[in-house]
Design a protein around this ligand. Structure first.
Ligand SMILES: Cc1ncc(C[n+]2csc(CCOP(=O)(O)OP(=O)(O)O)c2C)c(N)n1
Ligand SMILES: [Mg+2]
Length: 325
């Protein structure tokens, strides 16, 4: 069960992780404009509290599956900024040896099986992982991240139907950031409170805020506990917002005027600062945390920049089991 009042140390660690993801993404955006990162690149800025709250609430062995907006999600699982930046740069020390790139990152060691560009196509994989948990009775659970747009896909409904029928320990974590590329939620779905989609299969569901990391933590912990207890999966809709465009090529001109500024008033770092104030943590303490993180991200950038290119001989490895070499 989630702890309603996290400790000073816990909050400081969450603040550090959220700021790390934000700073990392800002530097990745810069590297993209320098053409050091090629191809698609979907930034997570604005949604940091979701990944950090999720990771804090799960066990290290629980399988997590992500889509394509995954830099922050895999970092919150503990993969190093160096390995993620090198992956973005297409370099050999990347978490997938530089052959995956922004959209295709996974780490067996961190039980993160992310990296799918087919919207919604990855959701059934988490149900398979949850089936394994149930079959082996190992007490584990799985969690899958996906967006509001993905919740229109057939694979999502099929995955929910089977997971509920078999009472599998799976958390469906819907990050509702109100847009699917440039299409607002009102223009893509007849209902806008998307958690209700689980009603069709009789699955437990609820909604929570995605700006306050403590709130995300608490709700994911409750959802995971429900799933592990044998009562069945949960669809948890987390209301969040992405500050940048859909990908690096999107100037995000489709937003309502003033919408972004309004959302930023609830920024996850500001809310976390509010939680820290009663613990006696002030701006000077936070500046120290940010300074240390800035150095870590700068190091990741320099490491990735200097690293060897991905090895072309690996091109067909990781595609078929056992590779071709
Ligand atoms: C099956 C499929 N259809 C369309 C696309 C193109 N596409 C890529 S991302 C995206 C929007 C998905 O939005 P959402 O699920 O809300 O996730 P977000 O980008 O907001 O994190 C679309 C339509 C795709 N990659 N795959
Ligand atoms: Mg979306």
């Amino acid at each position: 069960m989630g702890d309603p009042s996290p400790s000073r140390e816990q909050l400081l660690e969450w603040y550090r992780q959220m700021y790390l993801i934000r700073r990392f993404e800002e530097v990745a955006a810069k590297a993209y404009t320098q053409r050091k990162i090629m191809g698609f690149c979907h930034l997570y800025i604005g949604q940091e509290a979701v990944a950090v709250g999720v990771s804090a609430a799960l066990r290290a062995t629980d399988v997590v599956v992500g889509g394509y907006r995954i830099h922050g999600q895999i970092m919150a699982r503990g993969v190093s900024p160096r390995a993620i930046m090198a992956e973005l740069f297409g370099k050999d020390p990347g978490v997938c040896r530089g052959v995956g790139g922004s959209m295709h990152m996974a780490s067996q060691e961190h039980a993160f099986w992310g990296g799918y560009g087919i919207v919604g196509g990855h959701i059934p994989l988490a149900v398979g992982a949850a089936f394994k948990n149930k079959y082996l009775k190992d007490g584990g659970a799985s969690l899958v991240y996906f967006g509001d747009g993905a919740s229109n896909q057939g694979a999502f409904f099929e995955a929910m139907a089977l997971a509920e029928l078999w009472k599998l320990p799976c958390v469906f974590l819907l990050e509702n950031n109100y847009y699917a590329m440039g299409t607002s939620i009102e223009r893509q779905s007849a209902i806008t409170d998307l958690a209700r989609r689980a009603d069709g299969v009789g699955m437990k569901h609820w909604q929570c805020g995605g700006f306050d990391v403590a709130e995300v933590y608490d709700n994911v912990a409750k959802a995971a506990e429900h799933a592990r207890s044998g009562q069945g999966p949960v669809l948890l809709e987390v209301l969040c917002y992405r500050y940048r465009g859909h990908s690096m090529s999107d100037p995000a001109k489709y937003r309502k005027s003033g919408e972004l500024d309004e959302k930023k008033k609830h920024d996850c770092l500001l809310l976390c600062e509010d939680h820290l104030t009663p613990h006696g943590v002030g701006e000077a303490d936070l500046a120290k945390v940010r300074e240390a993180v800035d150095a870590v991200v700068q190091d990741a950038y320099e490491f990735a920049d200097a690293a060897a290119e991905a090895d072309p001989a690996l091109l067909y490895d990781f595609v078929l089991h056992g590779g071709t070499s």
